[in-house]
Write a protein that binds this ligand. Structure first.
Ligand code: 99T
Length: 209
């Protein structure tokens, strides 16, 4: 196999980076991208990442021509145009907007979960803002309730951008909020997640134990 032509700034704990890794596995492109592990938080930026992505966030994908693509949504779109198989982001029609909207809701759920992580892990305990934390948690539960009642059947139809993003989000909840107990409130989602978790792309990209 030839050497990877692209390089991804990533961290095994990042659900946004995991989305990229899952898509690479699902589309047979994992060998095309070398992985560069970095540890970044809003209060611990990495100089190299900031050079390539001014906002300092991961994932960021460095291409062979030195261009850099960042934000997981843009990276997934780029990589989905680099393989010959069935697209994982519908190219047009109502399916495109529906699947992107579901993916966007899962991304928003993830944003809330990452903000909770930063507030509780990075800020001193006496400065934690409980109203703000509660409202981030509400965003998560409203989103999960929507997926449970309005979208599980659709999600089951394809493992694509919407499913990849939601699966990464649920994996991140298990990783960072193991006591949340979301499965008992959202049993259909739990059974969907159990099924998709058996995919090689999911098994090979699990967050650290
Ligand atoms: O905010 C920072 O400066 C550093 N944080 C990040 O780079 C996080 C890592 S997840 N990435 C994002 O927030 C990317 C979000 C963007 N919209 C995308 O790529 O989709 C780390 C989670 C954890 O450690 O628990």
């Amino acid at each position: 196999m030839s050497a990877p032509s692209m390089m991804l700034y990533y961290n095994a704990a990042s659900p946004f980076a995991r989305k990229v890794l899952i898509l690479l596995h699902e589309t047979g492109q994992a060998g095309r991208v070398g992985l560069k592990p970095v540890a970044v938080t809003p209060v611990n930026p990495d100089a190299e990442v900031c050079h390539d992505n001014p906002c300092g966030k991961i994932p960021a994908l460095c291409l062979a021509d030195d261009n850099v693509i960042h934000d997981s949504r843009v990276i997934l779109d780029y990589l989905d145009h680099q393989h010959a198989g069935h697209p994982l982001i519908p190219r047009d029609g109502p399916a495109r907007w529906r699947r992107l909207t579901l993916a966007s809701l899962a991304d928003a759920l993830l944003d809330a979960a990452v903000l909770i992580r930063y507030e509780t892990f990075l800020r001193p305990e006496e400065k934690h803002w409980s109203d703000w934390l509660d409202n981030q948690a509400e965003k998560i539960s409203r989103s999960l309730a929507y997926f449970e009642t309005e979208a599980v059947t659709e999600l089951s139809a394809h493992f694509d951008i919407a499913s990849i993003t939601l699966a990464s989000a649920l994996g991140y909840l298990d990783f960072r909020q193991p006591n949340l107990g979301w499965r008992s409130s959202y049993p259909r989602l739990a059974s969907w997640y159990y099924e998709v978790s058996q995919r090689p792309s999911m098994l090979e990209t699990q967050p650290p134990a």
